[in-house]
Design a protein around this ligand. Structure first.
Ligand SMILES: *Cc1c(COP(=O)(O)O)cnc(C)c1O
Length: 438
């Protein structure tokens, strides 16, 4: 692990609601409790180093230190898919695992960009444990990063996503996988994680509020600019929480503020999998997202989608600096695509680019196809297609995949302050160092 001399002021946080500058140790603006905070780095010039991993952008990532890793974005110019879609400047951000094109993200999705910067930042802040909820891919990325760093990570996952919890290496004891039994609901896992965090004093990872996570995801846009020399006109991504979309917007603003790039923000094209499309519905109808309305209907729709990583009932849509602001600022638009459209887009991509992609990335390709056909994206405009992940096909070819074994199983009836009380002995902690004891 390398670490630079700590600079007291690598960055400050800035409230997206009121613009107030806050110390890096803050979680929330004292005046706008819901608003997202953003990093404001001392270094304004875009100057990637010649490293090949995500830490080539360390100037614009929260941690001071870094480590040798294969994690990082890959952007290449598409020929075959571009031809099929009649686009002349299509760039693919391939953020999974495909060593044939230099992509070596160990858990196969862009969640790998979030996990290392987050854990390094927590450690630099004196925290040695973290808790987070996940629909699968985030837990996998954090399990890997926690294993590499020997950092205690408590990962709360609905049982229906358990099959996604594998790693291309053995998991260390630092990983504490908590399974919410008989559940497919990410929102309920979030609730359980927040109860456990509060009751047992385990620092929460923060989700969309976590700046290390957002700045890690934003490196896809930085990589595009490093490779092409300009910001894309369009950015296409499948969203569940929309954190990656907010991150793409923020990275673009940072590049524009550097003074070296044209002032037009990339237009966000955000896609969800019908019939579960809360962000698309809220954006196109103007009605607010109601995570607690008709929950059983929502769960039925969640069970019906193939891109299940996108199943977030409570995305940061209306908060200052959230998804709605990102769509407004970029004159963005949203899409709803069916399982059949996703499957056909996955096939199209695999056939054209010779690489398998996940259903979520398939959703992005399906939206790109619609946008190109409808003339929303014109032939000569530049596009960054975020292939956010490609699941396990190529990892399975190259590695033995090890399942992460559950550390604790919690029945659905116990997701309450009282219910979790009976697990107190398991979470008995000794301050925050080194996490808590078994
Ligand atoms: C998390 C994830 C998404 C959605 O990302 P958000 O921007 O957080 O909504 C899309 N695709 C894959 C493969 C993911 O893992």
């Amino acid at each position: 692990m390398s670490s630079q001399a700590p600079s007291a002021q690598k960055y400050v946080l800035c409230c997206a609601g009121c613009g107030k500058k806050l110390s890096p140790a803050t979680d929330r603006c004292p005046d706008c409790s819901d608003a997202l905070l953003r990093t404001n780095y001392a270094t304004k010039v875009f100057s990637p180093t010649d490293r090949r991993d995500v830490f080539r952008y360390l100037d614009w990532l929260p941690p001071e230190g870094s480590l040798e890793t294969t994690v990082g974005p890959v952007v290449y110019r598409s020929e075959a898919l571009a031809t099929r879609l009649d686009l002349s400047r299509l760039y693919v951000g391939f953020n999974g695992y495909a060593p044939e094109i230099g992509a070596r993200n160990p858990t196969g999705s862009f969640k790998d960009f979030e996990a290392l910067p987050t854990l390094l930042r927590f450690r630099e802040q004196g925290k040695e444990a973290i808790i987070l909820a996940s629909a699968g891919n985030t837990a996998r990325a954090f399990a890997y990063a926690a294993t590499i760093l020997g950092f205690t990570a408590c990962l709360v996952v609905p049982e229906a996503m358990l099959h996604k919890l594998w790693l291309p290496r053995k998991t260390s004891d630092a990983v504490r996988l908590v399974v919410l039994e008989r559940s497919a609901d990410y929102a309920e896992a979030i609730r359980l994680a927040s109860l456990l965090s509060e009751r047992f004093g385990i620092p929460a990872e923060g989700g969309a509020r976590n700046v290390a996570r957002r700045d890690g995801m934003g490196t896809v846009v930085l990589e595009h600019v490093r490779v092409t020399g300009h910001l894309p006109n369009h950015y296409v991504q499948a969203v569940g929480s929309g954190t990656g979309a907010i991150a793409a917007w923020e990275a673009s603003m940072r590049l524009i503020a550097s003074g070296a790039y044209a002032a037009a923000l990339p237009k966000l094209h955000l896609v969800q999998n019908a019939p579960f499309t809360p962000i698309h519905d809220a954006w196109t109808t103007g009605r607010p997202i109601r995570p607690d309305e008709d929950v059983s209907g929502q769960l039925d729709r969640i069970r019906a989608i193939d891109a299940d990583v996108l199943a977030n009932r409570n995305p940061p849509f209306t908060v200052a600096g959230g998804v709605r602001d990102a769509l407004r600022a970029t004159d963005g638009c949203t899409y709803a695509v069916t399982n059949a459209e996703i499957a056909s887009a996955q096939e199209l991509f695999a056939d054209a680019e010779k690489l398998p992609i996940s259903p979520e990335a398939g959703a992005a390709v399906a939206a790109l196809r619609q946008a190109a056909l409808a003339g929303r994206i014109r032939r000569d405009e530049s596009v960054l297609l975020n292939v956010t992940g490609n699941n396990d096909a190529l990892l399975r070819r190259d590695y033995e995949l090890h399942p992460v074994t559950p550390w604790l199983r919690i029945p659905p009836g116990e997701v309450s302050r009282r219910g979790i009380g009976r697990w107190a002995d398991r979470f008995e902690r000794q301050g925050t160092q080194p996490g808590w004891q078994d």
